[in-house]
Write a protein that binds this ligand. Structure first.
Ligand code: FAD
Length: 497
């Protein structure tokens, strides 16, 4: 291990990951304590997608001192109450994965057991964000926990390039050095294998104590130099290609992302203020590029604004996220696939975990090991949740869906599904990102009705429970009715500049 405090950090990559890391480091450490440099190559460019987020991004932005309204204006953002899934359980079906909870627990028993017992009303009617989203409404949550509007939780849909620009400005304003150039060589210490320095194409040399690899899928430091290895999850998540194409902005942008299942993948639609992001994520083992492109173009609501962009990836994670004096963040550390918009969140988690284990006193194996095991748990929990969507399908109209229906899933997921199938119980680890409402949205949304409910729910008289559930639905309906339209809310924020 290398002794001595880390006084300098070099971040390779100026995509979302690189600038998120730079802005957070600059915020946490005075420039004279830890010098931060971002090296990026304009000729290589960024992946340029990554428009949909999940609620914790708001905390990250707040910690950086970002004014949310300003961010919404600068990144052409819209608000997101969840994801609409079309054609996943079966063709013609739809369900909504909302941010926020369903109903309210009764008699100390989780709400969904009362619903499973009575089947009173539709499941989605117990979620305020789901009802609001279906009506194109949006408002920020109320601070008063007694107000039904406190049940709203939201995220943003933004232009990823503009978000990186915003963070770059912030980071540079706080003393981060910005170097434009291509890293062509990574020199390792012959004894320790630690990264010694980086050589740029123009001959400059960059040296730091800690290196953060944000170089995207190529993993310039973590893989090309350190040969850390990759854990491939293609057998569970066979998506390996994506096509992205923008269309004009929708007049009344929906406060949600749409994910429509196709014959060998799914298509996204993300409405922003200045354009709509569209894409097709697909498994090349089941569909060719021409057919995948044709499916995407045929499904667009409006003419494309640019030629389709093609991307390739392998789902999985780097064997270690932190190896020697290199921490990989973003696509360099792994990629699940964008179905539940989790990539940017995992960057955020990586940064927060690095901050809490920062090698201020030199590199120590216990801290590095802990970082790796924490990040591994985070990404594996997300992996299981994403696999769930494919495993639960009842579609059999194409070889792809027949494959995902029949495939074996990780033991952790198989066990959870078996427990849910019995009495509808969900026992999650407290550290998991996706909580009970998210699992229930997908399980019940795709028709995985358990055989029973927790008998504890039978302790309350059924008539009284039904009456309570009817009241909950009425309160949610009334709550949604008073919300402004998403378009009006957005206009208010834009006009307030
Ligand atoms: P990149 O954007 O690829 O940036 C890499 C950087 O490294 C660039 O600045 C490049 O110039 C630099 N670089 C590379 N090599 C060198 C070198 N040799 N020298 C100097 N610089 C170098 N995430 C979400 O959270 N929500 C979504 O909705 C979402 N949708 C996605 C859809 C698709 C199809 C894909 C593929 C990803 C999606 N993601 C999404 C993931 C998201 O795009 C990434 O997590 C995010 O953009 C971070 O990327 P990055 O910064 O790690 O890499």
């Amino acid at each position: 291990m290398r002794d001595g405090p880390v006084r300098s950090v070099a971040i390779v990559g100026g995509g979302t990951a690189g600038w998120m890391a730079a802005a957070a480091l600059a915020r946490n450490f005075a420039a004279d304590r830890v010098a931060v440099t971002v090296i990026e190559s304009p000729e290589i460019g960024t992946v340029g997608v990554g428009e949909a987020t999940i609620p914790p991004i708001l905390q990250f932005n707040a910690l950086l001192g970002i004014d949310e309204d300003e961010l919404v204006r600068r990144t052409q953002a819209t608000y997101k109450l969840g994801i609409e899934f079309r054609d996943w359980g079966a063709i013609g079906e739809r369900y909504f994965h909302p941010f926020g909870r369903y109903g309210a627990d009764l008699g100390g028993v989780a709400f969904h057991h009362h619903w499973l017992r009575t089947r009173e009303g539709a499941w989605s009617e117990y979620s305020l964000p789901a009802v609001a989203a279906s009506e194109g409404k949006f408002a920020r949550p109320s601070d008063d926990p007694r107000n039904v509007l406190s049940n709203i939780s939201y995220a943003l849909q933004f232009d990823a390039a503009l978000y990186a620009d915003f963070l770059r400005e912030l980071a540079i304003g706080q003393g981060v050095q910005h170097v434009q150039g291509r890293v062509v060589d990574v020199r390792l210490d012959g004894e320790t294998g630690f990264v010694e320095d980086l050589k740029l194409a123009d001959g400059r040399v960059c040296r730091a104590d800690l290196y953060i690899d944000c170089s995207g899928f190529r993993g310039m430091l973590i893989e090309q130099a350190l040969e850390t290895g990759y854990v491939d999850w293609s057998h569970w998540l066979p998506m390996d290609r994506a096509i992205a194409v923008p269309t004009p902005a929708i007049e009344a942008p929906t406060p949600y992302t749409r994910a429509t299942a196709g014959s060998a993948g799914w298509r996204w639609r993300i409405p922003l203020q200045h354009r709509t992001g569209n894409g097709h994520v697909y498994a090349s083992g089941f569909i060719g590029e021409d057919e995948a492109t044709a499916q995407l173009l045929a499904a667009l609501d409006a003419p494309a604004l640019a030629e389709p962009r093609h991307l390739r990836f392998t789902t999985g994670r780097r064997r270690l996220s932190w190896n020697r004096n290199v921490v990989a963040l973003g696509l360099a550390s792994g990629f699940i696939e964008p179905l539940e918009s989790t990539s940017i969140h995992l960057i955020q988690r990586g940064i927060a975990t690095l901050m809490s284990l920062f090698p201020s006193n030199g590199f120590a194996a216990p801290e590095i090991d802990l970082y790796n095991s924490l990040m591994r748990s985070e990404i594996e929990a997300v992996r299981d949740f994403v696999i769930l969507h494919y495993k639960l399908t009842r579609r059999d109209d194409s070889p792809f869906w027949r494959h995902t229906r029949a495939m074996a899933v990780p033991d952790s997921l198989a066990q959870r599904l078996a427990i849910f199938d019995n009495l509808g119980r969900l026992i999650l680890d407290p550290s998991e990102l996706f909580r009970e409402p998210s699992w229930l949205a997908v399980l019940l949304g795709q028709g995985a009705m358990p055989r029973g409910h927790d008998p504890l729910a039978d302790g309350l008289p059924e008539d009284a429970v039904r009456a309570q559930l009817q009241r909950m639905r009425a309160v949610i309906r009334q709550g949604a009715a008073v919300l402004p339209s998403h378009a009006d809310f957005l206009s208010g924020v834009r006009a307030a500049s």
